[in-house]
Design a protein around this ligand. Structure first.
Ligand code: COA
Length: 362
């Protein structure tokens, strides 16, 4: 009897502590974004430029997506890694730390320089920093939000003090720049953004919470299927030498993606606000992943936000996937639109499907 009572008591104590751990932030630290940087290639590609190489036009692209122009790499100097390194150098300088103060690297991309190893280790090499850990995140348009969440947990746990998070993409080399690929290729652009997350002892500031989701059921609705070990590998593609092969080109069910995006963006922003007992009117700046200006406008309207409360730059850069939030956040901060004490919300949705949000007291 006594033994049973002790076990029941033990179970209740464990339950209470687990509940507390899951529901509240009891860590000694928060993480704070202390440095931001971005880099985009010089080469501007307008909608009119695209209309010279495929059957498209400025009116169609702007009406459906809001995009006016995007950047494409030209020449060998700008790669996913090298652009990430350039953005990272700016972020490190602005954070006021030395490269050797970085304890960990997180790199989010769907367009790595090499199939393996991922770009995280290349950043460690190219920045010439000590042999810290480097993690590659493969969550497409949600990659930066996932990366921030990972970095935040390492800092909250006390394991690391400064984590470098990069999102960088070279889309232009992997797109079908003919009329066949116009439904996808006009949307995406190249670029990189980076953030330094540092330990913050005041737990009312910095990253308050992060919220991540996935729904693999829709994996093939926005995907690049080859080369993949489960499908067609490089050797199959080379052996076939079929000019009509589309297996290594991205596919997107645009309308299905759009419908899911507006629902998931809304849900995950609300989830983040609720977790912090906040209402939508508390948002000072929402930085949505720049998927499509129409999606951002839908969310803005749904949450009753003014133009000053939502930052968009997709008009200039297109959708830069994992780089879109850090580029937008950097530009918003540089423009004085993100100030100390502001409630800043980052939200993303993309291939996977994956989606997530980050709630920050700046
Ligand atoms: N230029 C001109 N016409 C184009 C075109 C282009 N770049 N791309 C497609 N079209 C044509 C289609 O062939 C189709 O022609 P048809 O009616 O003769 O068959 C017509 O335009 C409509 O195509 P559709 O795909 O139905 O357009 P849409 O209104 O759904 O817009 C997207 C397409 C991609 C802009 C839209 O679905 C979208 O933005 N989806 C979300 C995409 C997204 O956000 N992806 C990233 C998520 S992270």
């Amino acid at each position: 009897m006594l033994l049973i009572s002790i076990e029941v008591f033990g179970f209740i104590i464990r339950f209470i502590f687990l509940k507390l751990d899951f529901n509240e932030n009891y860590s000694m630290y928060n993480s704070k974004i202390t440095g931001l940087g971005h880099y985009v290639p010089d080469n501007v590609v307008t909608n009119d430029d695209l209309s010279k190489i495929m059957d498209t036009n400025d009116e169609w692209i702007q009406e459906r997506t809001g995009i006016k122009e995007r950047r494409h790499v030209s020449g060998p100097d700008d790669t996913t890694t090298s652009m990430g390194v350039k953005a990272a150098k700016i972020a490190i300088e602005r954070a006021g730390i030395d490269k050797d103060d970085i304890d960990f690297i997180v790199f989010a991309t769907l367009s790595p320089d090499y199939y393996f190893p991922g770009p995280g280790v290349l950043v460690q090499r190219d920045l010439g920093i000590k042999t810290v850990g480097a993690l590659d995140v493969r969550n497409q348009c949600s990659g930066f939000v996932y990366g921030i969440s990972v970095a935040d947990q390492y800092i909250k746990s006390g394991m690391y003090k400064n984590v470098l998070v990069i999102g960088s993409e070279v889309h232009s080399k992997g797109l079908d720049m003919t009329t066949r690929g116009r439904g996808v290729s006009v949307i995406f652009g190249d670029g990189a953004g980076a953030a330094i997350l540092s330990r913050e002892e005041d737990t009312s500031k910095g990253i308050l919470s992060t919220h991540l989701h996935s729904e693999g059921q829709h994996a093939e609705e926005l995907a690049l299927l080859a080369p993949g070990m489960g499908g067609r590998w490089v050797t199959d593609i080379v052996a076939d030498a079929n000019p009509d092969d589309e297996s290594y080109l991205p596919v997107m069910n645009g309308q299905f993606v759009f419908k899911n995006a507006v629902v998931r963006f809304s849900e995950v922003i609300m989830e983040g606000l609720k977790a912090n007992n906040l209402q939508p009117d508390a948002i000072d700046m929402l930085i949505p992943h720049q998927a499509n200006l129409r999606i951002s406008q839908f969310i803005q309207k749904k949450f009753g936000l003014s133009d000053d409360q939502v930052f968009n730059n997709i008009m200039k850069y297109g959708n830069t996937t994992a780089a879109s939030i850090p580029i937008a956040l950097t530009e918003a901060w540089e423009g004085g639109k993100v100030k100390e004490g502001d409630l800043v919300v980052l939200a993303a949705f993309g291939s996977g499907f994956t989606w997530g949000s980050v709630i920050i007291r700046w």
